[in-house]
Design a protein around this ligand. Structure first.
Ligand code: NDP
Length: 451
């Protein structure tokens, strides 16, 4: 008699926790997906007999390695690097690299797991992966960052390839770091291939890749509002973060006629009731990225704004909220404050920024809530388009890519509706995204047999 997977959710999650001790972020991400998948697969015997859910929650492999480098004072520094290759059922592993002191195996496993479903949702042939290190680029000189990136790639290069695994940027990894890593890959292998995305325009990058995640999140927000006969114009938006995703989300909201009143970093948030317009966004981009400054400096630049040290912006009254900083930055109390203040829609620019309890608050209140795997998929989608351009040795024009990004975000919205539209005016986007992403990957795994 074959063993099947007919256990209840609590028993299944106990098994996940037992197999992944001390990995709270990973088990949280699995729980969020499993809550929706359990209902969906209930009557689908093939998924049970083939143990698809258990197989999908076990990464294909996790590579961990030492990264040794020398700082400007001649000290030898030792860090840890990882690449989590989660699932390549529908295409080469694809997902960013994060450099941040909070990086652990658990964080990267959660991100690689989420990435698998997100990439499936885009409709492009990409598997899921994620990598990174506990290296902190803050306060390091350019040369130190370069030496770290070169050392990181000296190990990573043997695990990646244009048809194997194609990393990109994430927190702490922008154009500068991608450049150093691509240069080292090319030096070691003597191959000029599209092995990384987020590259500079001079050496194979794609137009609108830097903008794609933030813009895509706002396109998704627009689709949700449109579905209810509404739009972004005139809406007050609260955004967290002030990095790549947050600043481009703010830019697109502003272009669409909305008003952004907050941005933040790990030191606190700024509140500008006059609105953070394009000139102010441009100043933040330069100040934070090029000058490596802090968001608190904004209040010295623009009168009328206030800085709130050590706080998140979720108590500020708004119509729409876009958490665009990091995981678990919005808890259930803050979710309740948003709902109580009249927020009608939340689109996650970051990965898993809302805690599990916070997502339940949004669902219970029946406000529009787009999980990161749907709302922030625009970045990886344009990375997928960068891979296509590299393979074809060509580059598409900005207008073509803008149109493709919008089409992809509308496609994701439609896929969420297919499985999340309750038919009573409420759309459960979390359920829709989880099931649509799961089904594509699971069906490919079924086709391969037991591997
Ligand atoms: P950046 O490094 O450009 O910016 C991150 C921002 O978040 C910074 O403002 C940073 O502040 C802030 N931040 C980091 N940690 C915390 C914290 N604990 N509390 C408050 N603020 C914090 O990263 P991205 O904009 O690229 O990424 C942001 C999120 O979006 C991440 O979850 C990422 O995984 C996700 N994402 C990114 C994509 C991309 O294309 N870049 C694609 C899809 C998802 P500080 O400067 O103080 O560190």
């Amino acid at each position: 008699m074959a063993v099947t997977d007919h256990v209840d959710l609590a028993t299944f999650m106990k098994g996940v926790e037992r197999r992944n001790p001390h990995q709270p972020e990973f088990t949280q991400a699995v729980q969020e997906v499993a809550e929706d998948i359990f209902d969906f697969i209930e009557d689908k015997e093939a998924y049970h007999s083939e143990q698809i859910l258990r197989r999908i929650t076990e990464p294909d492999r996790v590579v961990s390695f030492r990264v040794c480098w020398e700082d400007d004072n001649g000290n030898i520094r030792v860090q840890r690097g990882w690449r989590v290759q989660n699932n390549n059922a529908i295409g080469p592993y694809k997902g960013g690299i994060r450099f941040h002191p909070s990086v652990t195996e658990s964080v990267l496993k959660f991100l690689a797991f989420e990435q698998t479903f997100k990439n499936a949702l885009t409709g492009l042939p990409m598997g899921g992966g994620k990598g990174g290190s506990n290296f902190n680029p803050k306060g390091k000189s350019d040369r130190e960052v370069m030496r770290f990136c070169q050392s990181f790639m000296t190990e990573l290069y043997r695990h990646i390839g244009a048809d194997v695994d194609v990393p990109a940027g994430d927190i702490g990894v922008g154009g500068r770091e991608i450049g150093y890593m691509f240069g080292q890959y090319k030096r070691i292998t003597n191959h000029f291939t599209g092995v990384l995305t987020g590259k500079g325009m001079e050496y194979g990058g794609s137009m609108i890749r830097p903008e794609a995640t933030g813009y895509g999140a706002v396109y998704f927000l627009q689709e949700m509002l449109k579905h209810r006969g509404d739009g972004v114009k005139g809406k007050i938006a609260v955004i967290s973060g002030s990095g790549n995703v947050a600043t481009h989300a703010a830019e697109k909201i502003t272009q669409m006629g909305g008003k952004v009143v907050t941005l933040s970093d790990s030191g606190g948030f700024i509140h500008d009731p006059d609105g953070i317009d394009q000139d102010k966004i441009d100043w933040i981009k330069i100040h934070k990225t090029r000058n490596r400054g802090r968001i608190s400096d904004y209040v010295d630049q623009y009168s009328g704004a206030t800085f709130h040290e050590g706080k998140n912006p979720w108590h500020v009254k708004c119509d729409v909220a876009l958490p665009c900083a990091t995981q678990n930055e919005l808890d259930d109390e803050e979710a309740k404050a948003l709902v109580a203040n009249g927020c009608i829609a939340v689109a996650e620019g970051a990965n898993m920024p809302s805690t599990l309890k916070a997502t339940h608050v949004f669902k219970d209140a029946k406000i529009m809530f787009a999980p990161g795997k749907a709302a922030n998929a625009g970045g990886v989608a344009v990375s997928g388009l960068e891979m296509s351009q590299n393979s074809e040795r060509r580059s598409w024009k900005e207008e073509e890519l803008q149109k493709m990004l919008l089409d992809i975000m509308q496609g994701i919205h439609n896929r969420c509706l297919a499985y999340g539209d309750k038919g009573n005016g409420y759309v459960d986007y979390v359920k829709g995204a989880n099931i649509a992403g799961f089904k594509k990957v699971a069906d490919a795994m079924l086709a391969f047999g037991v591997v």
